[in-house]
Each structure stands twice: as C-alpha cells, then as structure tokens.
Design a protein around this ligand. Structure first.
Ligand code: WTA
Length: 637
C-alpha cells in the first residue's frame, strides 16, 4: 500500500488534545465561518445528555445553501446536476435553485405549513427532493424524508410518529427500467396514517394516478400560484432542521432530531476537513437522499460550500456496470463517495468496466456505511483512484449528524491504512471501552463511545427524551454509546467491526431486526419470528428469518416465499430476507427474550458459548438440525 502523504502524527496529537480540551472555543471558530443573522450568546449549553449549540444565534439553512451564493461568482455556476438511468438530465445554477426553492416554499406556505411543523417527503432521487428540503427549512418547518425504497408500513409508522399533516410525493420512482408506484404506496400507508391532510404529487410521466379530491393536489398546478420570493425565516440555532427516522433495537423507528446551527456548522467544517470540498468541486455521493448520508452529502454540506452536486437516480449496474464510471467521466467528478457494498460489486464485475472510462478528474474517494475490507480498499485505491486519490473511510451515524472518524486530507491529515477509518476528527473524543466503560488497550475489541458533545450530535429522539437517554447515554455513564464494536491499534487508529446491537446493515442500509420481525409476524400464518444478519460477500450482511408457524400450517417452501414477499412488500425491497427457516421453538432466555446471538452462532458455525440463561436447550438443537439440513440441501442444488 502506498501512503499518499505521511501525516504529522505529533502535530495531530497536539492539535487534537487542544481541540478536545477547549471544545467551546474550537467550535466557535468554526461557527464564525458561516453567516449568521444574529451572533450566538453562548457557545454550548450542556445539560447532559442534551446539548444546545450556539444558543441565541439566528440563521437559516436555505439562505446559507442558496441565497448566499447569489452575491458571488457562484450565482451562475451549476449547483445541481441531475441524471436518471435513462440518460435524462437537468442542471440548476445556484440562481435557478434559489428560484425553485423560493417557489416551493411559497407553495408550502399556501398549503398552510407553519414554522415548527413537520412535512413528510416521500420522494425518489429527483431535484424536487433537495428543493423541498431547502424550501421546508426556509420557512422554519421541519422535514422528515422517508426513503422512497421503503414501502407502506414503514412509511405509515414514520408518519404516525411525526403526526405530520402534509406529505409530498411523486407518481413514480425509477429502478432498473421499471417504476415504483409511489402514489399507490402513499394511498396504502394513509389508510393507517390518518394525520396527513394534504398530499402534493409531483407528476413525472404517469397519467393513471388516482387523486382523492380535497386531499391530493398536483404540484404543477399548485406551483402556478407560488410567489418568486419568500423571506428565509431567521431561526434560533436549536430550531430543528429535520427529523430522520432510523432503525433501532425495537420495532418502533427512532426519530433522530437535528438542530439547524450545530448541524450546519459541523457539516461545513467536516466536509472541508475530510473532502477538501470547495466551490470548484464536482461532488458525487451515491447514497439516497432518504438516508443521513444523502442529507449531509447531497444537500447541506456541498451546497453550503457552493460546490456542484451530482444527483443520480439509478442503480450501479443498470443498464451495465460501467454506468457510474461513465458519469464520473462525463461530469468530471472530483470527489466520489460511495459504499463498500457497491465497490465489492464492482470488484466482482472486474476492471474491464472501469478501464473504458477516463477517471482522471477524481481527487478524493470516500467510503461510508459499513466497514470496508482491506482488499476492497486496495481495489478502490488502485482501480478507481489510480493510486492518486486518498480514500476517506468515514465512520459516522444518523445520530452523529456528520463524519466523526476519518482521514482528513483537507487538514493534510491523511493517515491511510486500508480497512481502518483511522483517527477521530478534531474535537471528537472517541474511545474504545469494555463492559464497565473502561478504555481497553491497543488491539482489544470493545465498544465505541464518544466522550464529549459535538455540534452535529442529535438533539434527541422526537417526542421521547427518555428513550434518547436510555439508548445512548445509560450504557456508560456520561458518554455517548454508538452501538458499534471497535478496536484501536498500536498507533491509535480505529478499526470498526459492525454493530453490537440488534441493527443489521444490508448494503449499508440500516435495518432493525425488530422491525423486520414485527413485519414477519404480521403474516397471517406466522406465530413468532427472530431475525438475524448473516455475513454476505457483497452486501455486508443478509437477512435470515427463523419463524414459528401457527397451528395448522405445515413448514412448506411456498410459505417461506410468502414471508419473503410479505416483508418485502411491507418494509421494502432492501429488507428482503435471504433465507427463511421454520422451527417449532426459538431459543429464549427464561424471561422470554429471544437469544439471537445463539442463532447467529449456529448459522456461522461458531461455538454457541454461554447458555446458562437459555430456557430450553432443545430449541438450539432444533435450530442446528434445521440449519444442517438447509446447508445439505444447498450443497445438492
Ligand atoms: C456503520 C450512516 C464501519 C456503523 C452514515 C454505524 C460504518 C452505522 C462506517 C450507522 C464506516 C458507518 N466503517 N462502519 N466507515 N460508517 N458505519 O445511521 O455500524 O445509516 O453505527 O449512518 O453504520 O448507520 P447510519
């Protein structure tokens, strides 16, 4: 492995120590790089575990992402390029984006949306999605984007938690030459999500969508009455910018709430450090805007910096596995940010697809969402980056709001080590601890925690401060628990090993076992279900369901298929189970909790470990024999 550049270890350590011991002055300096309508009175109000950053300061996200650029040469440069899988394209200059955002904001106001209200955005990867987010922020409303790959149950659960009254959707989303009928999914969800009073539908190509009078409105009709300018509302720094739902360890998704000031300051600073982003960058993040990566990397951070963002509505291998490289060549992408799953897939297709295209515009490559295996890192470095581009393996979470552990080429800190996310960014006091919360030594696996507040951190979980305290701040006193396993090596570099809780990462997408279990159990013939993640060579993890059938049903293959389809229809294609196994009993503790760890040990052929709390040993024997039979069958196939 070539090191692109050696980083000054000593310099980093001093810099970091200084930042951590003076977090207020450190972050205040970063905050003053943004334009505020009113200066803050206090940098940090820390009532553990609730942080308020830049208290009393007034700003507006939409103003900073669009209006601000009208006063410089950025005004007529491209803010957003968009392309879909059929090759349709659009481009918006900052001025055009400003116009669109204002008109959208005016439409929201005409619909009666007020400051502090939630607006649900269930939209595919089309320019109207970032426009809607910025428009919502402009008037001080709070956007809740629901990933358009989620189906009706997942959508309904999220709507019900926010109690939003307005939802924006489209007639369809595109995927591999087919279309996803988003409006029909909304109709289905609204049967059980009654708070929504108004639905705005962005019509792309379909003529056959049904419109419910009084509830559904067509965007192109409403927008005719919109004004060209809406004043960006000055908002206090701790006014929520958005709620984004993420899967946790219960069936109910968590509404992670992010602030305006802290979130923007954190993302502005870290995208400079990590990606060295500037107005000259052509920045392409392949995530969907429906995930936190898309919020920070497609919308807020690049636009704050006046960069040119590329938004692509499509999959990595349709119409062929060269499509992403063609796009990099076509637009001269300088920063490319994707997931290990995608890179693993490209590795499998081979270099021939990459070689056809000129990727010499690339300067920095990023990876996010799951651990990247060293051999995949090497492939990415060599074949995509031509051994010129540092790879920033960025560790972060929906909750952290921005990148926490990563190389930082923008600070000339490029400690590359394939497979390691390297070092915490300045101001982030990350540590690896044991069960008691004590730091473990080098080379020992433990839990990743963060020991101080940072501006990007979540303000809490929507409507549930107790759950916020319990999930993140109760496991180890006074520290933020990430839910991840990690290790530090001799040089202090961090290595991430995936989740320590009941969260699975399928192709980098975060899914809770409990949410999938509750969907499986809602199939009419399923009595109980347990879901675990199984290592997958491409997707990182794949979903495996163990289910108990209700009386009178036989464990037949067609029922397995039905469970698979049922979960897929309810939650979405990303949650499609890979395997379903029927058992008569699930391994449980005496208090009735499913011991997923035992199921995992069986399918991974690992020692079962301690079973003193197991209620019935026969259950695990049954799982073993069912799984043995399955393996045998797979061999024969
Ligand atoms: C995992 C995505 C290893 C981790 C931004 C974390 C990673 C979860 C990395 C959050 C990385 C994210 N290396 N693991 N570079 N980045 N993760 O909320 O388990 O969708 O807790 O946010 O992804 O997933 P989320």
């Amino acid at each position: 492995m070539k090191k692109v550049k050696f980083y000054p270890v000593k310099g980093y350590i001093d810099f970091q120590r200084n930042a951590i011991s003076n977090i207020e002055s450190f972050w205040e300096k970063e905050a003053s790089k943004l334009e505020w309508f009113k200066h803050w009175d206090k940098v940090l109000e820390w009532e553990e575990p609730f942080a308020k950053w830049f208290v009393g300061g007034m700003l507006n996200a939409s103003y900073l992402c669009v209006d601000k650029h009208l006063y410089s040469w950025h005004k007529n440069k491209v803010a957003l390029y968009w392309e879909d899988e059929e090759g349709n394209t659009k481009a918006f200059s900052y001025f055009q984006l400003y116009r669109e955002v204002n008109r959208f904001a005016s439409m929201l106001k005409n619909l009666g949306v007020k400051k502090g209200e939630s607006v649900v955005l269930y939209l595919p990867m089309i320019p109207e999605l970032p426009i809607a987010m910025l428009a919502t922020a402009r008037i001080g409303a709070i956007h809740t984007v629901v990933f358009s790959g989620f189906s009706s149950k997942a959508l309904a659960d999220r709507i019900n938690d926010t109690s939003a009254e307005v939802l924006i959707t489209a007639d369809l989303g595109r995927r591999r030459g087919k279309f996803i009928p988003l409006k029909e999914i909304v109709d289905e969800a609204l049967k059980v999500a009654p708070t929504i009073k108004k639905v705005v539908v962005i019509k792309r190509t379909r003529e056959d969508i049904t419109i419910e009078e009084g509830r559904d409105f067509l965007y192109h009709e409403l927008i005719k009455d919109a004004e060209d300018y809406v004043e960006p509302k000055p908002l206090e720094s701790n006014h929520p910018l958005y709620i984004l739902y993420t899967s946790g360890t219960t069936g109910k998704p968590k509404g992670v709430v992010h602030s305006t000031g802290g979130y923007l300051v954190y993302n502005y600073a870290t995208y400079k450090w990590v990606f060295n982003i500037s107005a000259e960058s052509i920045y392409w993040c392949t995530a969907d805007v429906g995930w936190v990566t898309g919020h920070s990397s497609i919308v807020y951070a690049p636009l704050l910096h006046g960069a040119t963002v590329l938004m692509y509505e499509g999959t990595p291998d349709y119409p062929d596995p060269g499509v992403w490289w063609r796009i990099i060549e076509k637009y001269g992408v300088t920063i490319f940010y994707t997931s290990p799953t995608a890179i693993r897939m490209f590795m499998r297709y081979g270099e021939k697809w990459v070689k056809k295209y000129d990727l010499s515009s690339l300067k920095i490559l990023g990876s996010v969402g799951e651990p990247i295996n060293p051999e995949v890192w090497e492939w990415y470095y060599k074949h995509i980056g031509g051994e010129r581009c540092p790879i920033v393996d960025t560790w972060w979470q929906t909750e952290t709001g921005g990148i926490m552990i990563s190389p930082a080429p923008g600070l000339e800190l490029i400690p590359l080590k394939p497979g390691s996310a390297t070092l915490p960014l300045p101001g982030i006091d990350a540590e690896v601890v044991d069960e008691e919360g004590n730091p473990v030594g080098a080379g020992i696996k433990g839990y990743l925690v963060i020991r101080n507040p940072w501006p990007g951190m979540l303000m809490g979980l929507y409507g549930d401060p107790e759950r916020y305290k319990e999930v993140y701040w109760s496991r180890f006193q006074g520290t933020y628990y990430t839910g991840d396993y990690a290790m530090k090596d001799e040089e202090g570099y961090f290595w991430l090993f995936g989740r320590a809780d009941e969260v699975i990462k399928v192709a980098g997408h975060r899914l809770g076992t409990a949410e999938i279990e509750s969907s499986a159990v809602s199939a009419p013939f399923v009595a109980e279900a347990a879901v675990i993640g199984k290592p997958d060579p491409i997707k990182g993890e794949a979903i495996v369901v163990f289910a108990i059938l209700k009386e009178g049903y036989k464990p037949e293959d067609n029922l397995k298929k039905e469970i698979i389809n049922h979960v897929r229809e309810q939650i979405g294609p990303i949650a499609t189970p890979e395997e379903v196994h029927f058992v008569a009993k699930l391994p449980k503790t005496r208090s009735g909790k499913i011991m997923r760890r035992l199921l995992k040990a069986v399918i991974m052929d690992k020692p079962i470990g301690d079973i003193t709390t197991l209620e019935d040993e026969a259950s695990i024997e049954e799982v073993k024999s069912v799984y043995e039979e399955f393996k045998q069958m797979m061999k024969e196939v």
